[in-house]
Structures are given as structure tokens and as C-alpha cells.
Design a binder for this molecule. Structure first.
Ligand SMILES: Cc1ncc(COP(=O)(O)O)c(C=O)c1O
Length: 445
């Protein structure tokens, strides 16, 4: 028999949280520089599969089962955590599970998904595509979910996502704070957390302030979306929130590190983002009690921390000397790093000038991405084809000026290297990609 007070359970699924078995909230002792206001972190890695999205995975499946749907195989577009939750729920239920996701998601998350039994469909996609630029992972899941025996539960449109938080996260926080919460803060991804929890709390007390925090365009914080990229979810309801704050990567990763060092809390990047937003908005007044969602812990993001806190991780001497296991991969990465700081990147204004002067524009995104937004007179040569040796549609004269373009400027830089390896001498890559182009209001087809 399961007993929360003894923490003895009949099944791992009995650990799923609810008001009787909440994930912990912990008061931050050192970081908030407040005299009066109290700030609590709700530690969501105490969910059975390690993240806030376990609540959603469990509720998506419960909801479908209770409607009498016969589930066999599930497929979901995911930045990792919903996928891990759905993989484990599917293992428990003997369902098949496939996830579609961007190959820009940290390797740790993609590894965990495979390890936990997911059939992974990795796509050459941006971490956070702009609206109007179709998300490869979403389109692919829709396609796969339409096959017989398959079902896409779709966390971006299924009301069981915010409902998970309305049923569990909200009631837990209300009870844990004795109804005294004044501010609720969450980062914004599908917006299930903020919308479901916020609705429950405002129903208890309309004065509770609900605050959303998001990163900027081109960010590197898995699980959350830039303001404009929130258009893909049905659950972004800014009219229900009291404030929406933007926080950059540097602040997020920096605050995360302070959480590790000053609070001994093993928080992941989106927790740093949410806390940074909270500290910017919460008033330091008597009676203020804020609860901030910490969606998951640091361990799935070690490669991201290495990237964003380079001073902490000097190269190990043996690493530098040892023969790389995959020399080609290593050298390509090195070449890519050099190209990033090299002279061959142009900003969108310069790119526009080159386009007007008749440069050959090579868009290396996948064809469905171009359907929504592309530039006039561009050649579409997807990066996987280029990397397999195809030069379809390119000029045979290798001295022709070429401009490569993708979503945010990463794939186009790889394309630049590949074209130079093929002998093209005058190649440049558009910094910030089509996202920056659209953002700058430059003409599209
Ligand atoms: C690490 C992380 N942080 C934040 C979020 C955002 O939560 P929500 O989708 O409920 O807005 C997610 C969602 O996947 C996540 O995985």
C-alpha cells in the first residue's frame, strides 16, 4: 500500500505529485536581496521522471485513456522533458513511443530519451523557430501521428497540458503556502505551467500576481521559447498574466551557477531564467510570498553549462593531446568554431545588399521550412543533401559569389564550410538567418 508519509510506494506512478504528495518548495536564503519578501523555489526534479513535464505526460495519457481512446503508439514533438515523461509513462503502460526533436537539444537529453526506450526522430531544426517558419519537430509529429495505430497527444494544443497544473501544481502551492502566496513565477514554453497554475491560484485569490519569463531570440535555454515563438502554443494567454519579462542567456546561466554555489540547489538553466525574472519584478514588501517554478535540474545540461560558463572549464591537457575518437567530427567542430569568429559572416543588412546585387542565395533549410517564409530567387539545397555531396542548382563556376541562409545562422555556417571544401571561393553566411531577416523587416517572397 502506498503511503506518502513513509514514502513507501506500490508503483513508481504513485510518486506523481498532487496536493497530498507535493514536490518540495524551498525558501531561498541568500540570493534574494530582500528584507521582507520571501522567495520559494518549487523543485520539480522531485517528480518521478525528473521534471515538471511528468505531470503533463501523466495527465495527457490519463485524459486520453479516460475518454476511452485505444492508445497503442504515441508520438510527440518535445524539447526533451515531455518526451522523457511520456517515454516512462509509455513503458509503464506498454505503449510504443516516438519523439520528434531538434538536433540542437543537448546531447544529454537525446541520450536519455533513447536510453528510456524512445524511438527518436532527430531533425535539423532550430531550438526555437520563429512563427511562420514551420517547426520541423511539430510537422513531423503531426505526420507520424496520422498513421494507423499512432496518436499525437500534442502538448501545444491539448487542454490536458494546462489542466495537469490546474489539478496538481496550483493546489500544491496553495496548500504549501497556507493560501498566503502573492506572486507566482514560471518560465514560458508550452505555457501549460503558467496558465494552468495561474488560473487555479487566481480562482483562490484574484490578487495573486502571475508572472511569465521568457528568453530572447536565438537563445540557448532548452524547454522555453522567445516571445515571438510563443505563437505556436495554444496556451500562451498574456491577458491572464500580470507581467511578462525577458531574460538573456547570460543572466540565466549566471544565476543558475549562483543557485548551485550560494543555495546548494542543483537547478537547470530555465530555473535560473525564471528566478532572474522573479527577482526583477517581486516587490520587497511585508507579506510578499513568491513561488518560482524550477522545472528540472542541471544534469541534463552539462554540455550547455560548459558552453555558457567557459571560464570554469579550461581544456584538460590530456583532452587536448589525445587523438580524437572521431577526428573528422572533431576537426569539423574546430573549423566551425573558427568560422564563427571568422570574416565570412554578414549581417542581414549587408546580406540584403548582396542579394540586390545578384549574389546566388542558397537556402539550406528543409523544403517544408521554406514553404512558410523564404527569399525570392533562392536555391534550396538542404544541408543533409549538401553534406552528402549534392551541388544541385548551384553555379558550376566556383568563383561565383554565394550567400548561405538557414533559420538562425548555424546550418548556413556549416554549409559555408562544405561549399568551400567543394572549391567555392566566395561564400558568405547570413548571420541570424531568416529569423533575423524577418525581424529586420526585410523583403521575403
Ligand atoms: C526545462 C523546462 N523549462 C521550462 C519549461 C516550460 O514549461 P511549460 O511548457 O509548461 O511552459 C519546460 C517545458 O518543456 C522545460 O522542459
Amino acid at each position: 500500500m502506498s503511503d506518502h508519509s513513509l514514502r513507501t510506494y506500490d508503483s513508481i506512478l504513485d510518486l506523481l505529485p498532487n496536493a497530498d504528495n507535493p514536490t518540495p518548495i524551498v525558501r531561498l536564503q541568500r540570493i534574494p536581496d530582500f528584507r521582507h519578501a520571501q522567495v520559494y523555489a518549487k523543485l520539480e526534479w522531485y517528480n518521478p521522471f525528473g521534471a515538471v513535464k511528468d505531470r503533463v505526460a501523466a495527465n495527457l495519457i490519463r485524459d486520453a485513456e479516460e475518454r476511452g481512446e485505444k492508445l497503442e503508439n504515441l508520438v510527440e514533438p518535445t524539447s526533451g522533458n515531455t518526451g522523457i515523461g511520456l517515454a516512462m509513462m509509455s513503458n509503464a503502460r506498454r505503449y510504443g513511443f516516438a519523439a520528434t526533436l531538434s538536433n540542437q537539444i543537448p546531447l544529454e537529453k537525446r541520450t536519455a530519451l533513447r536510453l528510456f526506450g524512445t524511438d527518436l526522430v532527430e531533425l535539423n531544426d532550430d531550438l526555437c523557430p520563429m512563427p511562420g517558419q514551420p517547426e520541423g519537430a511539430m510537422l513531423e509529429a503531426e505526420k507520424l501521428g496520422a498513421r494507423p495505430g499512432w496518436r499525437e497527444l500534442n502538448q501545444y494544443a491539448n487542454p490536458a497540458n494546462p489542466d495537469a497544473h490546474y489539478r496538481t501544481t496550483g493546489p500544491e502551492i496553495w496548500r504549501q503556502t497556507g493560501g498566503a502566496i502573492t506572486h507566482f513565477v514560471a518560465s514560458l514554453g508550452t505555457c501549460g505551467t503558467i496558465t494552468g497554475t495561474g488560473r487555479f491560484l487566481k480562482e483562490q485569490n484574484p490578487d495573486v500576481k502571475v508572472i511569465g519569463v521568457h528568453p530572447g531570440l536565438g537563445h540557448d535555454i532548452p524547454g522555453v521559447r522567445a516571445r515571438r515563438a510563443l505563437a505556436v502554443t495554444d496556451f500562451f494567454h498574456p491577458e491572464e498574466y500580470d507581467d511578462i519579462i525577458e531574460i538573456d542567456d547570460e543572466q540565466s546561466y549566471g544565476l543558475c551557477r549562483r543557485l548551485h554555489l550560494e543555495e546548494s540547489i542543483i537547478a537547470g538553466p530555465s530555473s535560473g531564467l525564471a528566478l532572474a525574472g522573479a527577482l526583477r519584478t517581486i516587490p520587497d514588501e511585508p507579506g510578499v510570498i513568491a513561488v518560482v517554478i524550477f522545472p528540472d535540474n542541471a544534469f541534463k545540461y552539462l554540455s550547455s553549462f560548459r558552453k555558457h560558463l567557459p571560464d570554469l572549464f579550461p581544456p584538460e591537457p590530456e583532452e587536448a593531446d589525445a587523438a580524437p575518437a572521431n577526428p573528422f567530427g572533431e576537426y569539423l567542430e574546430d573549423a566551425f568554431e573558427l568560422a564563427k569568429s571568422g570574416p565570412d559572416r554578414v549581417d542581414v543588412t549587408e546580406a540584403n545588399r548582396l542579394v540586390e546585387s545578384g549574389v546566388t542565395l542558397v537556402d539550406v533549410r528543409n523544403p517544408p521550412e521554406l514553404e512558410q517564409v523564404h527569399l525570392r530567387d533562392s536555391v534550396n539545397l538542404p544541408l543533409p543533401d549538401l553534406s552528402a555531396g549534392s551541388l544541385d542548382g548551384l553555379p558550376t563556376d566556383r568563383s561565383t559569389p554565394i550567400l548561405t541562409l538557414c533559420g538562425v545562422g548555424t546550418r548556413s555556417l556549416y554549409a559555408l564550410l562544405l561549399l568551400k571544401a567543394q572549391g567555392y571561393t566566395d561564400v558568405r553566411s547570413v548571420d541570424g538567418g531568416i529569423n533575423a531577416w524577418v525581424e529586420a523587416g526585410l523583403p521575403t517572397a
